[in-house]
Design a protein around this ligand. Structure first.
Ligand code: TYM
Length: 333
């Protein structure tokens, strides 16, 4: 008998434009997974409103992110691409799982602590229960693996804890998924402050996928390197965070190992290395940007993709939700 394909699921928030961390961390690996796994990739629009959004900009970015998913190689014929808010089961399961998640464990989430420090005037309940929505996103599809960057590992771990707690009461309702974190690119750092991760909230150190090549090159030329006297291209994150980040980016963009990169730039200063990293990134992003722009010109096609995706996602999500409702004792409607 043929073994069923394993299931993989992941999502990105359309809270800002896609950046190089999103791409080199998880996204670039996804296209190669769609042959081997049953894949579900979605746009986490529900998550974005934990921070105030401009409605028109959110709509525009959601569509643009969908176009970029396809441009990066996620063929909608071969995987399910959908928008989180189009599948109501995500919100419905969240309520149930809220009742199986402890205040104390949510209080320990580092992202909650960081985000509430940055949004002190809007520490809303959604920001606090954000990991429960993320757990629902995942558990509805019974995935084996959840490919994410390093910063989301804690959220996948709490998802596993919630699943185990629920299963402990009701039997094996949820598959307990594994995080899948690639070694190279799991944590791309800011080009301007290499001690913090690259993120849209610090645009000067962040390279966006749809940015113009000349702007990308300029950001790399200005990238902060380290004030050590050695001045050599070497991967040593603790001693040389800036240069190591550039080595990581170059390795991820070209498919080379860190050793290959060190050898290639042996004896050359940072002055040669920084523009070379910029060029490599520009070349990787060029076809993605061009394809995204092409796809955005065909709104009818994108609409058809997300409608079909929501239908396929709802089928599987609905199955899990019905099982959960039955287990907790809700009368069937
Ligand atoms: P988000 O939208 O912040 O980021 C999307 C993905 O990009 C990864 N990432 C990075 N990887 C390497 N270096 C960086 N500097 C970097 N910045 C971001 C993130 O780890 C993530 O994999 N809560 C999630 C979205 C989400 C989700 C889910 C993911 C909602 N539900 C269910 C997986 C499964 C988030 O905010 O990611």
């Amino acid at each position: 008998m043929m073994e069923a394909k394993k299931v993989m699921l992941s999502g990105i928030q359309p809270s800002g434009e896609l950046h190089l961390g999103n791409y080199l961390g998880p996204l670039r690996h996804w296209p190669s997974m769609i042959e081997e796994f049953d894949c579900y990739f979605f746009l986490a629009d529900l998550h974005t409103i934990t921070v105030r959004q401009d409605p028109a900009a959110l709509r525009r970015r959601t569509l643009s992110l969908l176009a970029s998913y396809i441009a990066c190689g996620l063929d909608p014929e071969k995987c399910v691409l959908f928008i989180q808010s189009h599948v109501p089961a995500h919100s419905q399961l969240t309520w149930v799982l809220n009742c199986y998640t402890m205040f104390g464990e949510l209080s320990r989430m580092t992202q909650f602590k960081d985000k509430s420090a940055r949004n002190a005037d809007n520490i809303n309940a959604g920001l606090f229960t954000y990991p429960v929505l993320m757990a629902s996103d995942i558990l509805l599809y019974q995935p084996d693996f959840v490919p994410v960057g390093e910063d989301q590992k804690q959220h996948v771990e709490i998802c596993r804890d919630i699943a185990n707690r629920f299963n402990g009461v009701y039997g094996d309702v949820f598959k307990v998924p594994e995080p899948y974190i690639a070694r190279v690119g799991a944590r791309i750092m800011s080009l301007s402050t290499p001690e913090s991760k690259m993120s849209k909230s610090q645009p000067e150190g962040c390279v966006f996928l749809l940015e113009k090549p000349e702007d990308i090159l300029r950001k790399f030329k200005r990238a902060v390197t380290d004030s050590d006297t050695e001045r050599c291209v070497r991967y040593a994150p603790a001693e040389k965070p800036g240069v190591s980040n550039l080595v990581q980016i170059y390795a991820a963009a070209t498919g080379k190992t860190y050793e290959d990169v060190e050898r290639e730039f042996d004896g050359q200063g940072y002055g040669k290395f920084k523009p070379a990293v910029g060029e490599a990134v520009v070349e990787v992003l060029r076809p993605i940007r061009e394809k995204t722009e092409q796809l955005l010109a065909d709104k009818a096609y994108l609409e058809q993709v997300y409608r079909a995706g929501a239908e396929r996602a709802s089928y599987l999500a609905g199955k899990t939700l019905r099982k959960v409702y039955k287990k907790v004792g809700f009368l069937p409607g």
